[in-house]
Ligand binder design. Sequence first.
Ligand SMILES: [Zn+2]
Length: 459
Amino acid sequence: MTATIIEHGTLICHRQGRPVVLEGQTVEIEAGQITSIYPSSERSKRRNSDAAQVHVVDGSNHLIIPGLINTHHHLYQSLTRGLICVQDAPLFEWLRQLYQRWKRIDYEAVKAAAQISIAELQLSGCTTTSDHFYLFPQGSDARIEAVLDAAETMGMRIHACRGSMSVGESKGGLPPDVCTQSEADILKDCQRALERFHDPSPGAMRRIDLAPCSPFSVSPELLRDTAVLARERGALLHTHAAETADEERYCLDRFKMRPIEWLEKMQWLGPDVYLAHCVHLDEKDIRRLADTNTGIAHCPCSNMRLGSGIAPVRALLDADARVGLGVDGSSSNDGGNLLAEARQALLLQRVSQGAEVLSVAEAFTLATLGSAAVLNRPWLGNIESGCVADLAMFRRDDIALAGAIEQDPLGALMLCHVGRADRVLINGRTVVEDGQISTIDLPTLVERFNRLVRDVFRE
Ligand SMILES: [Zn+2]
């Protein structure tokens, strides 16, 4: 067995519930797990590993943080980012235009897009992502294996959400009918995905969550039946909720309730549920989300890009709700940089309520322990013995950190605009080395991907 020992690093991790900076530390890794952490000056008497092969990494020029965790994405959407006709559109118009392109997806397009999106995430220091994949056009061979395949080739830890849409335009929903499936087909495939791919173990690389797309694209029956199935199998539930004022109007018109009330009626609040966005909340919604321990995936860039609004993150944290971060799909961000997303979360809250509303430490926590809590993954989001070996290492001499690194390493990472991680480990495996993806030939993939977009997904 091979062990990895990272020496002389500056760790930014959590101790007693708050971020701390620990200089000159050694991290020992074996079998995908962090086995011990101690001052590098004590290495001669503290080295624990008796592995046959030991790979030693010099971390003296690095800040080392827990791998960042992304709680909401649509990996396939890199196929349609930057599309001219939706550059200035709000959510419902944006969706109507994009459905027309998305109905062209197939297995290979989804896999290539997922690889592109995962590469971007990893280069920003992200090691776990949720992917909300809800598009299974009639006649297409697209299926959840395309996403799982991409994640596996790139060593990414994933919560692959088997999404769904069952209410098309002919039934008063938003998507074209060709992008929807019957409830029976959806539930059958959800069951299949859970049976074949869901790994409930604490250090799982692959979990399946169930994820009807939104209140305006699925039936009440599908919401209820999906919740029953997920709870039978111990899987998480995920959907979009309270994202825009249009969605709120849709729910009030159709269900005579606000989105969060509607979800509660459908048995869709609780510790096994996480909701993307939660922008348009009143005080009662916030209390219900906190009291039911429902997770929230905050997506600041997407909310700004689509003009959806500012999520009440401060009020949610004050109510003790579980809040994590998500970049959302690449058609509404249009990038997958989780470190930049944490910075945006910080800045956006301050726009609405002043500089003291969200601290640097809280923004870091959202992207690490906060997101781990949203995905119910207690062994993710920190650097300590027993945690999975998911680490992101940033060069101390990165131009973006110059000067700031001498003031405060944590503040430097959160406030400066750092480009790329230099090295990223997931489950102990190196997936980024010297600032480059090491699992696939990225330049060749990008060339092939651009050709695909030009031929099939361009206007
Ligand atoms: Zn989304």
